[in-house]
Design a protein around this ligand. Sequence first.
Ligand code: TYM
Length: 329
Amino acid sequence: MKRVLSGIQPSGQLTLGNYIGAIRNFVRLQNAHECFFMVVDMHAITVPQEPAALREQTEAVAALYIASGIDPDKAAVFAQSHVPGHAELGWLFTTLAHMGELERMTQFKDKSAGKDSIGAGLFVYPVLMAADILIYNADLVPVGEDQKQHLEMTRDLAARFNGRFGECFTIPEPYIPKVGARIMSLDDASRKMSKSNPNPASYIAIMDEPDMVRKKLSRAVTDSGRAVKYDPANKPEISNLMSIYAHCADMTLEEIESRYEGQGYGGFKKDLAEHVVSVLEPLQAKYRDIRQSGEIHRVLAEGAERAEAVASQTLRDAKERMGFLLPKP
Ligand code: TYM
């Protein structure tokens, strides 16, 4: 049994990209592995957050995990800030990280581009992410492709620590879906679908009403051709929609190509919208039930307790190896 850890930021509406790139794999992995799924509230504050919105979104993301099929009896579901060891180990790793490697992070470059003043938290973001993963000695980290570089840095930091202070941390592997690792914007297939895009027509939010999903997908940009063919280099828009289709209809790309052979984009887009709605509608109903029941607080408390038991041991071990004088029990 492997150990699995991942997290999602509670900053704005989650999108179909988060669902396909990450959450679906969380649900799959929970049956065979020991899983930890967090809401990374401390990462969210690396850009300004309105306090009431942060609280609401933290609960919302946890409820979406459960509504998507994560079973809190199997996986520990918790808020990152409820396990203080993340911040503490994050600081220890900050002292091992190099400015140069942090400057090379593309997410940092994207998020800081054009800003006069850049928060130091945004800069050291990947170090806290490394601590998130390493504090559980996770073997597998299910993420979308945009997190691959952060995972590389996590592996480097773990190896650096182990090399200097002795074997303490497991070197984790990314677990990235073959299709759908990078769902693109509906209005521009050169950009990732993202909850932080100011244009809501560019993404499908997991909580979008069915008619909104239909409207957004009918307006999604496609090329001027007709063939429903998977060819990301030459037909990025239709290839992106096909990745979404494949996930929501549980079909392979080849099956989709042959179903729409010689038919053009109209029918394909209509069917795609119905497949997306058929995935989102039941999820949204479950989400509303969970929020109404108020059970999310209990789930988060139990999840944090399970996470804390593992995290505090790893932290103690790491501190001892680094030479901290530990308080006598
Ligand atoms: P975040 O909150 O930006 O995204 C959460 C997850 O969704 C994936 N994702 C996508 N996958 C496919 N297509 C897209 N358009 C798309 N947009 C987002 C992301 O790859 C991610 O897996 N740094 C992380 C959060 C984090 C974390 C961790 C993850 C903090 N600590 C420890 C794993 C382990 C982030 O910003 O994800």
